[in-house]
Design a binder for this molecule. Structure first.
Ligand code: SF4
Length: 280
């Protein structure tokens, strides 16, 4: 069995910065707390926590030490609370996420009603919404019909959102509103991975996508590959691979989400090669 791998593998640059900063922080001190999982990858979360990174669900639970801000960023109110409590903030918000905040604020200042496209429960989207109070958040093209009327809307999108879905939503908005100013804030890494998913899905019979089950960008890759012709599987590690997936398969594809480390992709590759040999 031949394995065709996407060119973009391993951590995106935002996750790489976050993991590096977290490792440096826990190497220097033992009172660092992050809110929620630092990245959408169980192996990395486990490794950092075993080396001392603490986890809390709210800033209310952190009374001292340093608050570590992961790549998704945090709502403005949490930064304010951390300051009030005298916590040191180690900010590893991805620069691409910060750029979304800046774009949304700029559009608001220019008088547009802001629409944030993305999952309203995702931490990145909650952070973005906190920068533009009163903004509307929509997740699907069907949500456009539920929005109130208006004339000028400014649109930004979650960094890891599906490009196809964003295009459909912007089109629906232009049919409803007189003026639509949309900024495509899907990050370059997500764009590259989605392009590769489209290309590879047409070449392979089966696609394996490695990434955390809660990772939005990984889920979109699985969905893209599946809808473009490749039977697709979302796994978190090599142990989840099943021999029968590759029965009769001559070309299999392999991709990974933005918070999947390179060494995990290597392990999955090795296991796929092993399973592929059974059907050679
Ligand atoms: S997926 Fe994009 S926005 Fe998110 S951390 Fe990576 S580079 Fe930054």
């Amino acid at each position: 069995m031949e394995i065709r791998k996407a060119k973009t593998q391993g951590f995106c640059f935002g996750v790489a910065i976050t993991v590096k900063k977290a490792e440096e922080a826990i190497g220097e001190r033992n009172d660092v707390t992050t809110l929620g999982h630092v990245v959408h990858n169980p192996q990395i979360v486990e490794s950092l926590s075993s080396r001392g990174l603490r986890n809390a669900s709210s800033v209310d639970e952190v009374d001292s030490g340093a608050l570590f801000v992961r790549a998704h960023g945090l709502p403005v109110s949490v930064f304010q609370k951390a300051e009030e409590k005298g916590l040191e903030v180690i900010d590893a918000t991805c620069p691409m996420v910060t750029k979304i905040h800046v774009q949304a604020e700029r559009l608001k200042d220019e008088g547009y009603k802001i629409i944030v496209v993305g999952d309203p429960n995702h931490p990145e989207v909650r952070g973005t919404l906190s920068h533009v109070p009163g903004a509307w958040c929509i997740e699907t093209v069907e949500d456009v019909a539920k929005l109130p009327r208006g004339s000028r809307v400014g649109v930004v999108v979650q960094s890891t959102y599906s490009r196809d879905r964003f295009t459909d939503i912007v089109k629906a908005l232009t049919e409803k509103y007189y003026e639509v100013r949309a900024v495509n804030t899907i990050c370059t890494d997500t764009n590259n991975r989605q392009n590769e998913a489209l290309r590879l899905a047409k070449e392979v019979e089966v696609m394996v996508v490695v990434g955390g089950k809660t990772s939005a960008n990984t889920k979109h890759l699985v969905e893209l590959a599946e809808t473009h012709g490749a039977r697709s599987y979302h796994i978190e590690g090599p142990d989840e691979l099943r021999a029968e997936w590759f029965d009769g398969v001559s070309i299999a594809g392999l991709m990974s989400g933005a918070s999947t480390p390179g060494w995990l992709v290597d392990q999955v590759t090795a296991r796929m090669e092993e399973l592929g040999r059974r059907y050679a």
